[in-house]
Design a protein around this ligand. Sequence first.
Ligand SMILES: [Zn+2]
Length: 305
Amino acid sequence: MKNDINYDVNSIKRRKKQKRIIKKIKIVTFLVVILLIGAFAGIKYFNKEKEVAKEKNQVSNTFTTNNSTTSKENEQASKNGTDSKDDKKENNKDEKIVMTVDDIWNKKDGEKIAFLTFDDGPSPHTPKILDILEQYKIKATFFVLGTSAKNFPEYLKKEVELGHSIGNHTYNHKIRYSGAYTPDEFVKDVRRCDNAIKEVLGQDFKTNLVRFPGGSFNHKSYERNLLASGFKHIDWNVENGDARRLNVPKDELVKNVKDEIGNHKHVVILMHDSSTKSTTVEALPEIIEFLKSQGFKFGVVSQEN
Ligand SMILES: [Zn+2]
């Protein structure tokens, strides 16, 4: 009888001990899992930060290199006083062509000028686009979205620093011109974008150039309101077709431009600077090469119209 009781007490003690051990194991396992999740999330965050920093570095490197080349060239030019005439000629050759919207469409000067335009940016692709344009010493026109300007202010600043032209592509990019989105609301959205641009580039920055999301076609009352508010808009006569669907192959984009140029002397080419349009970046050098081979110069759309 006594033995039985002893046995029971011992077995209860043993079971209690076992329970305590199991509880401890559970707690330790729980802590280990939490630690692992924390470490994993930390590594992911760190990698992302690194990527962003890398991207930023790439942009600033590109621009520092270019700036230093320019200042070296200038230094050289000022040293060789005798060559100043030739330098002037050289400079004239690279002179920026700036044309107002009216001149682009109406001036019949017989000159072949291509206006590369990029809508929807800035985006993660902006540095690559700027890099390509720098390689070819070409200036382009960027129609920026208010939302994108807020997301990538540094890229917008770079576009201006490098001498590209800036246009307004509205703040919210609504493309249904009807219902609650009245002509007044449209102009409000354009002004909101203008403010977003000024927040990045300073209150003195001015551009009255606009591109309608989706183009101005058949939106007459919206157009009238916009013009009455002091803005001027421009559509396009050639497109690379990168908005027709996602990931249009590079060769197709190049072909679209070749097919649509026809006999146009002044070509305004619609392309997109957007995170989903990587083939646009891939196709850009070939499009530029083609335009050059056809005798086109490159110009920008004026910010003052
Ligand atoms: Zn757009």
